[in-house]
Design a protein around this ligand. Structure first.
Ligand code: TYM
Length: 377
């Protein structure tokens, strides 16, 4: 029925389509909502709550309460997150990295950062592995520029650390049948065997700190919810290998600039703010972004706009407006019609240009520090 089609959406690590119903996704994936009690618990332990948690941008989890239970008993967890180096980094990628940095600062914990050059080669983003590697090293500068603690952060490319990863990956892969990858990802006869194996590699860093310590250490993975299917498989395998199941914090996906029907994704550069975009590009892209405004200024002033369907507002809310009071005023003045889209876009573009300028300065400095972060065989 056509009415039902409106509800259709797809979320996998490689494909996001349609307007995502995040409540339905929690049901579909079998995760838990992050509720007020959990947010207050974080506030009590960490002394404050990051806006992305407080606002429900990170909105779902697996076993996060257990991570906090263990932490309160004195058992620290390790953080794990990652990047598939397909292109330049965009602001959507920054969401999990910003929260991961905040968690590292508040809980003083180690971070494993996986760069999956193998994944991006296998899934056909590149014809040559070297091309993935080149992008990876540029992405690593962006990762370091996010501000992770060099003493507590280890970054590695899969192909450069494979001697350490492989013995664990094959143990994982022994418990992952083709039927599982077919059920979880929809793989079929035309998928190459590297694609079918790949999740076993993405699972390994969940266990690296346990291996390093020689005893089980909880692992917490902040990531976009699109990555959850990999970790469902990793969680099933973990106890069979004698490890704890990894816990997760999932974020909603920042939409592209053309609307909520697609996530911000490098495959559509005009709808994406890349960290490398210059001021002119940012202003141009934001000026073309879809809003919740009315067709004319007169109507907008009279009837008000709808920030709930506006990607400009989403950018304020997800990342670029840390101040709760100002965010509320953006929302309220849009609704009342006092704020018009043109002005709102200029204000957002100013914020993004400022953010990117500061990031670029930190990225320049990062060039001299890469080796302090890297793990290689
Ligand atoms: P990748 O490079 O596609 O994405 C990196 C991280 O960014 C998140 N993300 C987004 N978050 C919010 N809004 C968006 N529009 C958006 N687009 C991407 C992703 O969810 C991810 O957290 N296979 C992984 C690499 C990886 C990984 C991991 C990621 C390896 N190990 C552990 C997270 C955790 C990938 O290609 O991510």
């Amino acid at each position: 029925m056509p009415g039902e089609m409106a509800d259709e959406f797809i979320v996998t690590p490689w494909e996001v389509k349609g307007v995502i119903d995040y409540d339905k996704l929690v049901e579909r994936f079998g995760t838990q909502r992050i509720d007020e009690t959990m947010i207050e618990r974080v506030r009590r332990i960490a002394g404050e709550v990051h806006p992305m948690l407080a606002r429900g941008i990170f909105y779902s989890h697996r076993d996060f309460n257990w991570i906090l239970d263990e932490y309160e008993k004195g058992n620290k967890f390790a953080l794990y997150t990652g990047r598939g180096p397909s292109s330049g980094v965009h602001v959507g990628h920054m969401l999990p990295w910003i929260l991961t940095k905040w968690l590292q600062d508040k809980f003083h914990v180690k971070l494993y950062f996986q760069i999956t050059d193998d994944e991006k080669y296998l899934f056909k983003d590149f014809d040559s592995l070297d091309d993935a590697k080149k992008i990876a090293y540029d992405n690593i500068l962006d990762i370091i520029a996010t501000g992770f603690d060099p003493k507590l952060t280890k970054i590695f490319l899969d192909t450069e650390y494979i001697g350490h990863l492989y013995p664990v990956a094959i143990r994982v892969s022994k418990h992952v049948t083709f039927s599982i990858t077919r059920a979880v990802f929809g793989f079929g006869h035309s998928n190459n065997v590297g694609e079918i194996f790949y999740t076993s590699i993405q699972a390994v860093p969940c266990f690296l700190e346990s291996i390093e310590q020689g005893s089980n250490v909880p692992c917490l993975i902040p990531c976009g919810i699109d990555q959850d299917p990999h970790f469902r498989i990793a969680r099933d395998a973990a106890p069979l290998l004698g490890y704890y199941k990894p816990a997760l914090l999932h974020s909603k996906l920042l939409p592209g600039l053309r609307g909520f029907g697609e996530k911000m994704s490098s495959s559509q550069p005009e709808t994406v703010i890349f960290l490398s975009d210059g001021e002119k590009q940012v202003r141009h892209k934001i000026s073309n972004a879809l809003t919740g405004g009315r067709p004319t200024v007169e109507e907008h002033r009279r009837l008000g706009g709808n920030p709930d369907i506006c990607v400009v507002y989403a950018n304020y809310q997800f990342i670029f407006e840390p101040d709760e009071n100002h965010l509320k005023s953006v929302y309220d003045t849009c609704r009342s019609g006092a704020r018009i889209c043109g002005d709102c876009k200029v204000e957002l573009a100013d914020k993004i240009v400022d953010y990117l300028r500061k990031h670029e300065e930190r990225k320049e400095k990062a060039r001299d520090h890469v080796d302090e972060f890297m793990l290689r065989d």
